[in-house]
Design a protein around this ligand. Structure first.
Ligand code: DC
Length: 227
């Protein structure tokens, strides 16, 4: 019997812990984790590296043609053959990625890649518009939130552990700015899908969130993790 392809969409604002949770859930279920934010970051990095202005659409879209972005199973992000895993987390990219993500032609190109990935195998895909736009028929849709303060502290600690030096104030300002731009853009803005399950992680640790997500997946699809 052919195995059923299942898709799990995890959306929510910046630094809500989506990627940590999505990665763990994917591993426990044997699904592939797809970090769509990393794809927008990789595109942003490529634009900056070429000396183009990430705020100017006519410049940024010149890179769509021929752009390749690969998400490796070990978490590495390869853009046009280059390993960009580290630079895409630096403040220069974080501070500009929302401009790139608001450009419709770039979204359409990346969404096409994301849909192709989800067509091939069972995925846990995290982003902003997965449940509303990329995979509107996803089997499971989670909308993961946390307060701005909690999210800023989490991202700050994550940056430190990756050797990226930023102040907490800088991170909080970046989170607020991205919340605003991501939820106010015209095309596929950040918002919960009407059929999503909301999980507020402000007072939950990672294990609790992972368990909550696994329970939703089990209830909706019958699929269980083999712990
Ligand atoms: O999840 P992240 O912080 O790595 O995402 C980086 C940016 O990309 C974020 O500010 C919004 C944008 N993004 C998006 O618009 N749509 C997605 N599906 C994923 C990310």
């Amino acid at each position: 019997m052919e195995e059923k392809i299942i898709s799990v969409a995890i959306d929510g604002p910046a630094a809500a812990g989506k990627s940590t949770v999505a990665k763990r859930v994917a591993k426990l279920l044997g699904f592939t984790y797809i970090d769509t934010g990393a794809m927008y970051r990789a595109f942003t990095y490529a634009v900056i590296k070429k000396g183009l202005d990430p705020k100017v659409e006519s410049q940024a879209i010149t890179l769509i043609e021929g752009m390749t972005i690969e998400l490796e199973d070990d978490g590495r992000v390869i853009c046009n053959g280059e390993d960009v895993s580290k630079p895409i987390r630096e403040p220069l990219v974080s501070g500009n990625v929302s401009y790139i993500a608001a450009m419709k032609p770039i979204r359409l190109a990346l969404v096409e890649m994301q849909r192709a990935m989800a067509n091939k195998k069972s995925v846990v895909m995290d982003g902003r518009d997965i449940g509303t736009y990329v995979l509107p028929d996803a089997n499971v849709k989670i909308f993961q939130i946390a307060s701005v303060e909690t999210r800023a502290i989490r991202r700050y600690e994550e940056n430190l552990s990756k050797g990226i030096n930023t102040s907490l104030e800088e991170v909080e300002e970046d989170v607020r700015k991205r919340d605003y731009i991501d939820s106010h853009r015209d095309f596929a803005p950040l918002k919960p899908a009407s059929d999503s399950v909301l999980i507020d992680t402000s007072y939950m640790d990672i294990d609790q969130v992972v368990d909550a997500v696994l329970k939703v997946i089990k209830d909706k699809t019958g699929v269980e993790a083999c712990h």
